[in-house]
Each structure stands twice: as C-alpha cells, then as structure tokens.
Design a protein around this ligand. Structure first.
Ligand SMILES: Nc1ncnc2c1ncn2[C@@H]1O[C@H](COP(=O)(O)OP(=O)(O)OP(=O)(O)O)[C@@H](O)[C@H]1O
Length: 279
C-alpha cells in the first residue's frame, strides 16, 4: 500500500505488515544459553530509578535461591556495573561472550563490561545500539538463568521497540516517579506491551516519599501520588512504593547494591517469582 503509515492502530487494512506477528522478529538465544523467564524493566524517561529497581529485583530473586541475570540494555546510560561494583571485563568464549558474575552470583552483561574504557561515551546511532542489545541476547551465554532482567532503554523509541521485538519477554515491570506524567508513561507502556502481547506485571513507584528520620512520617515531596488510581484504571497492580532513601543511593554509589536492606520490593519479587510457577 503506497499510503501506508505503518501505524496499525489507526488503520483498518488487513495487509501483510499487520499480519506479521511480533514473534516473527524474535531472535534466537545463544545455543548454549538456558533462560527460563525474561522480565523487562521499563520507564518513560531516564533517571527515575529503573536500574535500581532492576538491580533490587535481581538481588531479591537471587536471595530466594534463583539464579538471576541482568542484561543492561540501557546502552547509552549503563548503570548496572557501577551499582554492583563491577569493573572487570566480560570474557569471550570463541565467538560468544560470557557475562560477569557479581559477588553473590548475579550474571551481568553491559556495554561498560565490554568497552576498553568504561567512561567512554556511547555515541552510536539507534540501529547500532539496537544491534548491540540483540547481541546481548544472541551472543551471550546465559548459563542456567532462572530470571533474566532486562534494564530497558528509557522511553518508547526505536531502541526499546527493537528490544521488545527481538527478545522474548515474559513480563514487564513499569517504573515511574511521582513527578513524571505517570499516566502517559503507563499508557505508553500498556500500549506497547499489548502490541507485543506481553503481560505487564505491575507498576513500581520510585521516589514515592521520604520518611522523616526523627518521627517516621512519610512526606510526599513530589506532591500527592496518583499511581494507585492510574494503576486501577489500567487494571494493573502497584507492586511497590520505594522511598527516596539516602541508604539506597549510597549502596548504588558504593557498588554494593547486593547489600541493600528493606522489604519494599518484596511484592514485586513475588510477582516475578510467580511467572516461574506452573499456572
Ligand atoms: N529511591 C531512591 N532513593 C535514593 N536514590 C535513588 C533512588 N532511586 C534512584 N536513586 C538514585 O538515582 C540515580 C538514578 O537511578 P537509576 O540509575 O536507577 O535510574 P535510571 O532510571 O536507570 O536512570 P538512567 O536511565 O539514566 O540509567 C542513581 O544514582 C540512584 O542511586
């Protein structure tokens, strides 16, 4: 069709493009990989704590006895190695790449574990970045991983779309902060997930409140949260409300996120763990 806009949502034609199923774009994992469930962690923009939430989920599921991995698909803003204090380089095995294992046994791959100098900026265009993320799936040996968490590139542009299409995600966790236009973030994530036929496990609100160290009162520094009503509107659970907590910032900065304490993310971990149980 010459007038095709490639926007199937606003078109009723039953053309070849519409008939192409999301599975048609899926890439095969490395032949030596074994990954049981893949969970994408998405956000509307950078800096809302997507990497922190990804790290906490991987650490919690690991603490529960599952072998977890993190694919840092946020190629232009890779923060996972820093949070885990990883500075060594990923090694190769023939044509394949082996992830780096953290102190407690989480397998991690990130562009920072491959670059000669981890402070080099990644100034690549979208298709190159998307190609790197695909290789994190096709060329990395994910050995016996129960839950692989994908720290997705922020937003709903070209790169996240490619990740959505090429990696077989079993579920999505949406991270939002109260100062964002949460409704828009959630709506976009829901639409993208529906197009790809991937269930959204729920929403994590980060930086939800600050707890007064003296009296324990919760202060909504970014104003009143609307996450509950928005989640209800889309029929999604709110999996966690994470406080803005200097201790969390500190464990990330010091590279010891594996030592974090707090039960805020337990329900989110339950939701992910449930994916692995027979239905
Ligand atoms: N709840 C929190 N309490 C304290 N600090 C936090 C919290 N959430 C995130 N931070 C800090 O904010 C910074 C950004 O968080 P993070 O890297 O997880 O965000 P992101 O959404 O992944 O951002 P980017 O897309 O830019 O990588 C980090 O330094 C992190 O330690």
């Amino acid at each position: 069709m010459s007038e095709c806009t490639h926007n199937c949502e606003s078109c009723g034609e039953n053309c070849a493009e519409r008939q192409m199923k999301p599975e048609d774009f899926l890439e095969k994992p490395h032949e030596l990989s074994s990954v049981r469930k893949v969970v994408g962690v998405v956000s509307g923009k950078g800096g809302v704590g997507k990497s922190l939430v990804t790290s906490m989920l991987a650490v919690l599921l690991n603490r529960r006895g599952h072998h977890t991995g993190i694919m840092d698909a946020d190629v232009t803003g890779p923060s996972i190695p820093k949070a885990f204090g990883l500075h060594e380089k990923a090694s190769g095995m023939g044509e394949a790449i082996l992830p780096v294992r953290t102190k407690t046994g989480v397998d991690v791959i990130s562009i920072n574990l491959l670059l000669e100098n981890e402070s080099d900026p990644v100034v690549w265009r979208g298709p190159v970045i998307a190609g790197v993320v695909k290789q994190f799936w096709t060329d990395v040996i994910w050995n016996d991983v129960d839950f692989l968490f994908v720290d997705m590139p922020p937003g709903t542009g070209d790169v996240p779309l490619t990740v959505f299409q090429s990696i077989p995600l079993d579920g999505i966790v949406v991270v939002a902060s109260p100062q964002e236009l949460v409704e828009m973030v959630v709506e976009k994530a829901v639409k993208m997930a529906r197009l790809m036929n991937i269930p959204i496990l729920g929403i994590v609100e980060n930086m939800s409140y600050v707890e007064c160290p003296d009296c324990g009162r919760r202060i909504n520094i970014f104003g009143e949260s609307h996450v509950d009503e928005i989640a209800a509107r889309y029929g999604l659970p709110v999996l966690a409300k994470l406080p803005l907590d200097p201790a969390l910032a500190s464990v990330c900065d010091k590279g010891v996120v594996e030592l974090f304490e707090g039960d805020w993310m337990d329900s989110a971990a339950d939701a992910v763990e449930a994916l692995g149980k027979p239905s």
